[in-house]
Design a protein around this ligand. Structure first.
Ligand SMILES: [Zn+2]
Length: 87
């Protein structure tokens, strides 16, 4: 785990902000699937510290493998719940 340097005057406030950001850093339109370049809706953090990004399609395709490899899966694919091709 890497430490963020503490520069804020109030370390408690600073720590709270760090935890919240680590728990739910949202994916943005600039996050792209590593396989096809579409917008990413799933982020897998690996035990090695690396990060993989997948679109909803490739996220589903690789999900079983990612569940084994990743220490954390952040999934925003429910934002596509209205997609008629879902599932
Ligand atoms: Zn993709």
């Amino acid at each position: 785990m890497e430490e963020t340097p503490h520069q804020a005057a109030d370390p408690l406030t600073d720590r709270k902000a760090d935890v919240a950001a680590a728990l739910a850093t949202p994916l943005t339109s600039s996050d792209r699937c590593d396989r096809c370049g579409a917008q990413a809706y799933l982020r897998a953090t690996l035990s090695s510290g690396g990060t993989l990004l997948f679109c909803a399609h490739h996220g589903r395709a690789h999900r079983d493998k990612l569940a084994d490899l990743a220490v954390e899966l952040y999934d925003e694919s429910q934002r596509l719940a209205n997609d008629p091709q879902r599932g």
